[in-house]
Design a protein around this ligand. Structure first.
Ligand code: MLT
Length: 327
C-alpha cells in the first residue's frame, strides 16, 4: 500500500510539474554555433512555430559556439533536466564521437530525444573571384593550387567540416586546402563573400540566397540527386553526377533535452515540436531554402534516438576512411 502511495505522489508531482510547464521561466534553446548560421536559423524558425502550441512559452536562443558544436552540446548535457534547457544540433551529434577522442557527453546516454526536424542539402561554393565556373574546372583549380587555398568550416565535427573532409577524400585531394575554423558558417560566409577564404561546403539554408544573388559561386550539391527545388538550386549537378559515385551527404537537425527531463514535460515539448513541423509557415520557410521538414517516425523520441544510433554507426567508417583528425 505504501509503495502505491509513493508512486501516486510521484506521478502527481510529475503531472503537476508538466501542467506548470513551461510557466514563466524561459526555455533556453542552445544553438552550438554563432548566430545567423543554418543551425541558428532553424532554431529561431522552429521555436517561433512551437510557441503557437505552447502559449506563454518564452524561448530564448543562446549561441554557444566552439569545437564544432561540442561545447554547446556539452553544456546542455550537464544542464538541469527540467525542460528549460534544450539543444538543437545537427549531424554533429553522430559525427563527433568518431572525430573526438574525448567528448564531454555520450550522445545516446546524456540526452533525452525530442525529435528530428529537417534534412538540408549542402552546396560546394567558392568566393566570387574564383576563376572557374563549373565543377570540373573547380576541382582542377584546387588540384593545381594545392596548399594555396583556404576552406572555411565551423569547427571539427561541424557539418561544413564533415563535408570538406568527405569531399577531399572522395577526390583524392586530402588536405589539398588549408582549413580555417569559424564559430559558425555565418561568419565563415562573410569571409567567403569578402574573398578572405576561397571555398566552403555549407547547407542551402545558408547558401541559397548568397548563390541566388551571385555573392558566391556554386559548383555542386552534396545529395545523391539534383535538388528538385523550384528555382535556381536545381541547376547544380550532384557530386554523384560529377563522378563521385556514392557521395551523398544531407544534414539533419534534432532537438534534445538533458537526460532525466520529466516524461510529462518531454511529451509536452514533443507534441509542440510535432505541431511545429506541420506548421505551414515553418514548412514554407524551410522549403524556400532547399530544406525538407521530417514527417516520418524520427519525429518521435524513440525514432530520433534510433536514427542517431544508426548515423553514428554509418559515419564511423566514412570518417575513418576520410582521415579523421584527432582532437
Ligand atoms: C555547420 O557547418 O555545422 C553549420 O553550418 C554551423 C552553423 O550552423 O553555423
Amino acid at each position: 500500500m505504501k509503495r502505491f502511495l509513493v508512486l501516486a505522489v510521484a506521478v502527481t508531482a510529475l503531472v503537476a510539474q508538466a501542467q506548470g510547464f513551461p510557466g514563466s521561466k524561459p526555455i533556453v534553446v542552445v544553438v552550438p554555433f554563432a548566430a545567423g548560421g543554418p543551425t541558428d536559423l532553424v532554431a529561431r524558425d522552429l521555436t517561433l512555430a512551437m510557441r503557437k502550441s505552447l502559449p506563454g512559452a518564452n524561448f530564448v536562443i543562446e549561441n554557444v559556439n566552439g569545437a564544432g558544436g561540442t561545447i554547446g552540446a556539452g553544456k546542455v548535457a550537464k544542464a538541469s533536466p527540467d525542460g528549460h534547457t534544450l539543444l538543437i544540433w545537427h549531424i554533429g551529434m553522430a559525427s563527433t564521437p568518431s572525430l573526438y577522442r574525448k567528448l564531454a557527453f555520450n550522445p545516446l546516454v546524456d540526452f533525452d530525444f525530442l525529435g528530428v526536424v529537417n534534412e538540408v542539402p549542402m552546396t560546394l561554393i567558392g568566393k566570387p573571384q574564383l576563376p572557374v565556373n563549373n565543377y570540373h574546372d573547380f576541382e582542377n583549380y584546387i588540384r593545381a593550387n594545392r596548399g594555396k587555398l583556404n576552406m572555411a568550416h565551423a569547427g571539427l565535427g561541424s557539418a561544413s567540416h564533415l563535408c570538406g573532409l568527405m569531399w577531399q577524400s572522395a577526390i583524392n585531394a586530402r588536405e589539398a586546402m588549408n582549413t580555417l575554423p569559424f564559430g559558425g558558417t555565418a561568419p565563415a560566409m562573410t569571409a567567403l563573400v569578402n574573398g578572405q577564404v576561397d571555398v566552403m561546403c555549407d547547407q542551402t539554408t545558408n547558401t541559397a540566397v548568397q548563390i541566388e544573388t551571385g555573392r558566391v559561386k556554386a559548383f555542386a550539391v552534396t545529395t545523391s540527386e539534383r535538388l528538385n527545388h523550384p528555382t535556381f538550386l536545381k541547376n547544380y549537378p550532384s557530386l554523384k553526377e560529377m563522378g563521385l559515385n556514392g557521395f551523398n551527404l544531407t544534414i539533419w537537425h534534432g532537438v534534445y533535452a538533458p537526460k532525466g527531463t520529466p516524461a510529462a514535460v518531454l511529451k509536452q515539448l514533443n507534441e509542440a515540436l510535432k505541431l511545429a513541423l506541420k506548421d505551414p509557415d515553418f514548412i514554407r520557410k524551410q522549403e524556400a531554402l532547399g530544406a525538407v521538414v521530417v514527417t516520418d517516425s524520427r519525429i518521435e523520441p524513440a525514432g530520433h534516438k534510433a536514427f542517431v544510433a544508426s548515423e553514428i554507426a554509418k559515419l564511423k567508417p566514412l570518417i575513418e576512411a576520410a582521415g579523421k583528425f584527432a582532437d
